[in-house]
Ligand binder design. Structure first.
Ligand SMILES: [Zn+2]
Ligand SMILES: [Zn+2]
Length: 529
């Protein structure tokens, strides 16, 4: 193990061996001041934030190291540790870092906050996706697929302070023609863009759509939250009737129920519309300004941009003030109140229980009236499994005629996490029915011919490749989970026969003619797919 000590005051450090490593000033300052925030994704123990602490704890390294300005000599496998005994730099806040050298890493790794979904995990994905399609069919929602990227202006409409939050997290780039494009941070805006562009207002309203999408946000990765993530998205566009809001809530809850999730709770609220919300926001701001003493610095800052954002606040010290804040549902105009009451009434009709949560406002600026979230039984870092809302102002923001809309989205990663937490078992992909094991080149050729014949007949088949010994091949056959090993040895090849071995130990091994193979598998042995 090689140890390198860095004096962050020097900003550069030379390793005792040949490589050099560089930290930019801002990176060093962020570390030394402990101002380690989500932007570079560092997780630190509080001790590091205190310049006088004896022990400064783990820096989550890969974010730092994959940062764009970082010298390229450090690699993600190096685990950073601070050295407690290291001399503090004269500034007092500087701290020494060491890293252990691990075996050389692969040249390329998936970007931070992304994942590879491997075959063993894929059944969860198809399970969720299949059920989503089934529920969509049951309520007559048609599938739509929109581009992964759109003109940046589709997502960054520059109205409302809350949009900025999404904007800051967007993956935007100029394409070769010089136009600003953005990887979609969510599904709704692209779908409403498509609704307008494809003149879907000419169809019977509402137009009911769903999609399974990938989306992108440059956010601090955490359990169940990724920078490249996936969502289920349902939208009903062109109708104000609160019955649509109720249908979507019912669909969302039924989807979770059908997937096997239990003990979820529906939280909902109405946040009014362009007529009544400004007055409410004003009132809310006034209230908070009268109670600044009970608010943390963060809240006071957010108060200047968007008082609604304070309602999300989780810090205990701010709760007393928040508890006394005025509720949006108490300050709705008549049409909004009527809409809210209609929605609740329809939910009751469907036997859906709910909790009115006056603190629920949702993050995006285009929401109007109905907002809701579905919460898991155990509140973790992320409290919702999915949420939705009405967005009657969005089409207009996108340059279309005023068009009401309502929808919900649910993160697939989040759902799968919840399925695992709740111990919902998902059927793995079935193992192949048969696995061919053969002697030599001639046997291999024959097994390929037979495998293709079985596959064409709907029987799943796999076989050994390369040049392996029979014993090894049988081992692979067993590992594949196949029911039957089909063996082509010297004798079998000599007289056009094939030996069937039950890998699960249910029946005697026997040899049949190759001509009978399909018939035997279909009727005697083995199941067809
Ligand atoms: Zn606060
Ligand atoms: Zn209103």
């Amino acid at each position: 193990m090689e140890i390198v000590e860095l004096e962050l005051d020097d900003l550069t450090a030379t390793r005792m061996t040949s490589d050099e490593l560089y930290l930019t000033r801002s990176q060093a300052e962020r570390i030394s001041k402990g101002a380690l925030d989500g932007r570079i994704g560092l997780a630190v123990d509080g001790a590091l934030a205190d310049p006088h602490a004896k022990h400064a704890l783990a820096v989550e390294l890969d974010a730092l190291l994959t940062g764009p300005r970082m010298g390229d000599k450090l690699q993600p496998q190096h685990s950073f540790k601070t050295i407690a005994s290291c001399q503090r730099a004269k500034a007092g806040a500087g701290t020494g870092l060491s890293f252990d050298r691990h075996p050389p890493r692969l040249m390329y790794q998936a970007p931070r906050g992304t994942q590879d979904i491997l075959p063993e995990d894929a059944p969860y994905w198809t399970y969720v996706e299949d059920e989503t399609r089934r529920q969509a069919r049951l309520a007559n929602y048609g599938e739509i697929r929109t581009p992964t990227f759109e003109e940046t202006a589709v997502f960054a409409r520059g109205v409302g302070a809350a949009t900025d939050i999404v904007e800051k997290e967007m993956y935007s780039f100029d394409d070769k023609g010089g136009d600003s494009m953005t990887l979609r941070p969510e599904g709704t805006a692209g779908i409403v863009r498509a609704y307008l562009q494809r003149s879907m207002s000419g169809r019977p309203q509402p137009v009911k759509l769903f999609t399974l999408l990938n989306a992108f946000r440059y956010d601090r990765p955490q359990k169940g939250r990724f920078r490249a993530f996936h969502q289920i998205d349902f939208e009903a566009i062109g109708e104000t009737d609160p019955l649509v809001d109720a249908e979507l809530v019912g669909l969302q809850l039924r989807l979770y129920e059908a997937l096997g999730l239990r003990k979820l709770s529906l939280q909902l609220n109405s946040i009014g519309d362009a007529r009544c919300r400004p007055a409410y926001v004003q009132r809310l701001g006034d209230y908070f300004r009268q109670h600044l003493d009970g608010l943390c610095e963060d809240c006071r800052r957010r108060l200047e941009t968007n008082p609604l954002r304070l309602l999300d606040e989780k810090r205990p010290e701010c709760q007393a003030v928040l508890d006394g804040a005025p509720h949006s549902a108490d300050h709705l105009c008549d049409p909004c109140r009527g809409h809210f009451e209609g929605w609740l009434d329809h939910l009751e009709t469907a036997g859906i229980s709910y909790t009115i949560n006056p603190r629920l406002v949702r993050g995006l600026d285009y929401y109007t009236r109905s907002v809701w979230e579905v919460w898991p039984p155990v509140q973790g870092a992320q409290s919702t499994v999915g949420g939705g809302g009405r967005y009657d102002g969005l089409a207009e923001q996108l340059g279309g005629k005023p068009t009401p809309g309502v929808g919900f989205a649910s993160g697939i990663e989040r759902i799968i996490l919840e399925l695992k937490d709740q111990g919902v078992a998902v059927t793995p992909q079935p193992a192949p029915c048969v696995y061919f094991v053969s002697m030599d080149e001639r046997g291999k050729r024959q097994s390929f011919r037979l495998a293709e014949m079985l596959r064409a007949a709907g029987i799943s088949a796999d076989m050994a490749f390369g040049d392996r010994k029979i014993g090894k091949q049988l081992g692979a056959a067993d590992k594949s989970g196949a029911q039957w090993a089909l063996i082509l040895g010297e004798n079998e090849l000599a007289n056009d026969s094939i030996t069937i071995k039950d890998l699960r130990g249910g029946s005697e091994q026997r040899t049949i003619t190759q001509r009978d193979l399909l018939k035997v598998l279909e009727h005697g042995h083995g199941s067809t797919e």
